[in-house]
Design a protein around this ligand. Structure first.
Ligand code: DGP
Length: 112
């Protein structure tokens, strides 16, 4: 069987991390290496290794991740100032954890 991802270990309480949002499908934590004042990760509980592995049956889940990101942006008061949502994919995309996650980044003027 495939090794657990870091995010599965956090969800299973084998690794310490404050869960700032959770529902039946999705949870969210603060990124351990924030690149901006607000840097959250929105993560599906279902293990999907990369965006390349998203199937038709995951369409609702991916949409729900965006809804959760939008709500967290409001909660962290960056909805009006602005923010960025990013899925890094594979090596050139800078993906380091092979369990898809949506970065929510904001709280300052972002450089590209
Ligand atoms: P990516 O490079 O897109 O795969 O992003 C993975 C992010 O996960 C990276 O920005 C750092 C974050 N991260 C890795 N390990 C941990 C951890 O144990 N706790 C938390 N909170 N974040 C982590």
């Amino acid at each position: 069987m495939e090794e657990k991802s870091i995010f599965e270990m956090i969800l299973d309480k084998e690794l310490e991390s404050e869960i700032i949002y959770e529902d039946e499908d999705i949870f969210s934590i603060k990124d351990i290496n924030p690149i901006a004042p607000v840097h959250l990760l929105i993560i599906p509980k279902k293990r999907i290794n990369t965006i390349n592995d998203v199937s038709d049956e995951d369409t609702l889940l991916i949409g729900k991740m965006v809804q959760v990101a939008k709500n967290l942006a409001k909660k962290y008061e960056i909805d009006e100032s602005g923010y960025r949502l990013i899925f890094n994919t594979n090596d050139d995309g800078g993906q380091s954890v092979y369990h898809i996650h949506l970065h929510l980044i904001g709280g300052e003027k972002l450089k590209w």
